[in-house]
Design a protein. Sequence first.
Length: 328
Amino acid sequence: MSSDRTVLLTGGAGFIGSHVAEALLARGDRVVVVDNFDTFYDPAIKRRNIAKALGDPRYLLVEGDIRDERTLAHAWAHAPFHGVIHLAARAGVRPSIQEPMLYDDVNVRGTTMMLELARRFPSGHFVFGSSSSVYGATSPIPFRESEPADRPSSPYASTKRANELACHAYHHIYGMDIACLRFFTVYGPRQRPEMAIHKFTRLIDAGEEVELYGDGTSQRDYTFVSDIVDGVLRALDTPRGYRIYNLGTTATTPLAGLATMIAERVGRPLRVRHLPEQAGDVPITYADVSRARDELGYRPTTPIAAGLTRFVEWYRALAEGKSEAEAA
């Protein structure tokens, strides 16, 4: 099956982006990926993520930074696009506290450059990858898109909220169709190595202590990557002016319980060391996905128990020397 659609995807070699790229290819789209293989974590991991897709003639990799005009000009030379999926960003709450200027430059200036090109050239629906972190620690539970989200708890969160507001301005002035997707703690195969589920699995498997910040009662709405990918594609194909959508699972898991579940699947004892709470962390994230369900048909299907099993299976397969394609 093939189509005449071409989609521009930034951050397409990363955790979520590489899965989105494969889903687009699977449905017959052409994909132009922009990624700079940043050293926030080992670039070789991203190379591994895209190894399979690189063999598809409908996949084009433009290697470069979203802040670089030549890189973006190269990417937009392949317009018109069915849509733009903008996932490239500097990620992570805690690192943003150490490097706020870098996060502002990559996330805010980079996204503004993307919006500028999208409004100047035929680009279709613009889908922006935002974050549940924009809700901060004061929004009522469960989080709804109607909340003002004006009390972010970290520089990372503030850049994502600034991006959403810039998206609204471009919609208001230029009539662009833009969807901002607030991802809730995404996990699954290819998850970044510093994120909790991946880190806990690695430490438990090695017989090392797991460091839990706080008393372990903080809760997250963990969302399996295939559910996120489904929401991204549904948003891409459903332009509705300017919209914000939560993409989560509508269930929460305490941090201590998460570590216990991982240890059960790894088959090794859980050793825990508690550390003080970290600046920028919030006590809970919990998505109300009513809007995404009603307008996009989004319905997450992977509960945390099943998702963790699949993640550990993937982790074990890579540890045994299997390729990414074999582990998937």
